[in-house]
Design a protein. Structure first.
Length: 195
């Protein structure tokens, strides 16, 4: 085995451990979510277990990182970032950052004919969110408040408060969203609302 290949393989274990710790997961929790035994995960992180494609795929899927990033494969010289948009709940999510830490997404939120019933869909989860309207008008339902933000306006809130985001009119709204886990605020202050 070449020295370069050995160096790449030796770095995978610590990288796996760091990914798990950054996400606040235990070996037992990771084992429960991947179906890989705790002892195998421990040996992978310690570098005493050989990696297989099956194990790497399961971990890359859970951590939501490309295999190249998981194993530390060298870049091919192409400086472009290849974003993979996804559509969830009718919104197009374009990731702008890698998983871990504060996540940045661009959202394209189309108008909905049933927007009047939006209040029944409010969600809660751990974390903090900052939304910055790039274009259009955003309707933000936050607790018992119903706010409309226009291009250039921003809001930051604790996502444990029931909330919903949608278009405030018949046009698509474009929003930049910064999301951090509980305790990881975006370190940006929202402008006081005008309600």
């Amino acid at each position: 085995m070449s020295t370069a290949r050995k160096d790449v393989l030796d770095a995978v274990g610590p990288r796996l451990r760091e990914l798990r710790r950054r996400r606040g997961m235990t070996l037992a929790g990771l084992a429960g979510r991947t179906g890989i035994s705790e002892s195998t995960l421990s040996r992978l992180e310690g570098g005493t277990r050989r990696l297989t494609l099956e194990l790497l795929l399961a971990l890359a899927e859970l951590y939501r990182v490309p295999l190249d990033d998981l194993v530390g494969a060298p870049r091919t010289g192409d400086p472009r970032i290849h974003l993979r948009p996804a559509t969830r709940h009718g919104m197009t999510h374009v990731p702008l950052s890698r998983p871990g830490g504060i996540a940045a997404h661009k959202l394209l939120i189309p108008p909905r004919p049933d927007a009047a019933e939006a209040g029944t869909e409010r969600t809660t989860h751990e974390g903090f969110e900052r939304v910055h309207v790039l274009s259009g008008r955003l309707r933000l339902l936050l607790g018992d408040r119903d706010l409309v933000l226009t291009a250039g306006e921003a809001a930051e809130f604790d996502t444990r408060v029931p909330h919903w985001l949608g278009s405030a009119d018949d046009r698509t709204v474009e929003v930049l969203v910064l999301f951090g886990r509980q305790g990881e605020r975006a370190h940006l202050r929202a402008r006081a609302d005008r309600t």
